[in-house]
Design a binder for this molecule. Structure first.
Ligand code: ZN
Length: 297
């Protein structure tokens, strides 16, 4: 019997998943600020993990943890986690391996979400791309493994510069994609232009507005930029914005392909809508460590 655990430490919620013999047997959700208030050095996460492992009945063989953070090149130390206090500078892998007594793998949260989607697709691409547009923009690049760059800071599509954009980004730069193409921007647009429209109905009621059409075009151009650089076989597009009612996914896909280099990758590119399970990140962490440490792949 094989058993693996995944933790997805998010800005709002932290999810735990346990996978036994390839089946997900536990999925639990907690408020991140409650866990982080329990003490320094992830004391609340460690305590909750032990309870979850007890409920699973057997000790997981390895644990994956996704973090809303940039990590160092060795995938051990958090460089920057702007949405969760108490993570910056922490050697998460050493800390958790000491606490759990089993191997621990840390990754950016979006990478585990993406790994889940890739596994669920049934395909095993050599090169793939994920772009998740939610509150911010999440990006994953797979080139026979997560592509993390020389310093751990690759795959930051949300922070490419956009001509004409003047807003200050959460990263400190001016004019990043995240300042004009994410859920935060949509919320600002709705407050300025359509205060009577619930944010969830923006695409349903205002999808034809030039600003909203431009939003979709900007997303398409940005994804196409990444596509033309890495030449992927498979692209996952997802996140809360794409899950909103009447989001024009087919338009996004059509415009992405219009900007993609031909004949390759355009003519063979598979573009899929990402999963929306809530615990995809925790599941992806389980799947990833199972692939890395499991005897049966
Ligand atoms: Zn930025």
């Amino acid at each position: 019997m094989s058993i693996f655990a995944g933790i997805d430490l998010g800005g709002t919620h932290t999810r735990f998943a346990v996978m036994a013999d390839g089946a997900f047997v536990l999925s639990e959700k907690y408020v991140t600020t409650d866990l982080m208030a329990a003490g320094p050095k992830l004391a609340g996460v460690i305590a909750r993990y032990r309870e979850v492992a007890d409920r699973a009945g057997r000790k997981p063989q390895a644990v994956g943890i996704g973090l809303p953070a940039t990590l160092d090149a060795d995938r051990r130390v958090v460089l920057s986690a702007p949405n969760v206090d108490g993570l910056d500078g922490l050697d998460v892998v050493s800390l958790l391996e000491g606490a759990f007594g089993v191997p621990v793998v840390a990754e950016r949260d979006v990478n585990f979400q993406f790994f889940h989607d890739m596994k669920a697709s049934g395909r095993t691409p050599r090169v793939a791309l994920g772009v998740y547009i939610g509150t911010g923009v999440g990006n994953a690049v797979w080139i026979n493994g997560f592509y993390t760059g020389a310093h751990g800071s690759a795959a930051e599509l949300g922070h490419i510069p956009v001509p004409g954009a003047t807003g200050v980004c959460g990263c400190g730069k001016v004019g990043c994609l995240e300042t004009v193409c994410c859920g935060r921007w949509l919320k600002g647009w709705q407050e300025r232009n359509a205060p009577d429209t619930p944010i969830a109905d923006i695409f349903a009621r205002h999808g034809d507005h030039p600003d909203i059409r431009n939003f979709v075009e900007t997303a398409a151009m940005s994804v196409a930029t990444a596509v033309n650089i890495i030449d992927p076989e498979l692209v996952f597009l997802g996140g809360g914005v794409l899950e909103m009612p009447a989001f024009p996914f087919e338009t996004l896909k059509t415009r992405l392909l219009a900007h993609a280099r031909a004949p390759f990758p355009r003519d063979v590119l598979e573009v899929r809508l990402a999963s929306n399970l809530g615990d995809s990140g925790a599941r992806g962490a389980c799947l990833y460590v199972a692939g890395k440490f499991g005897t049966v792949q």
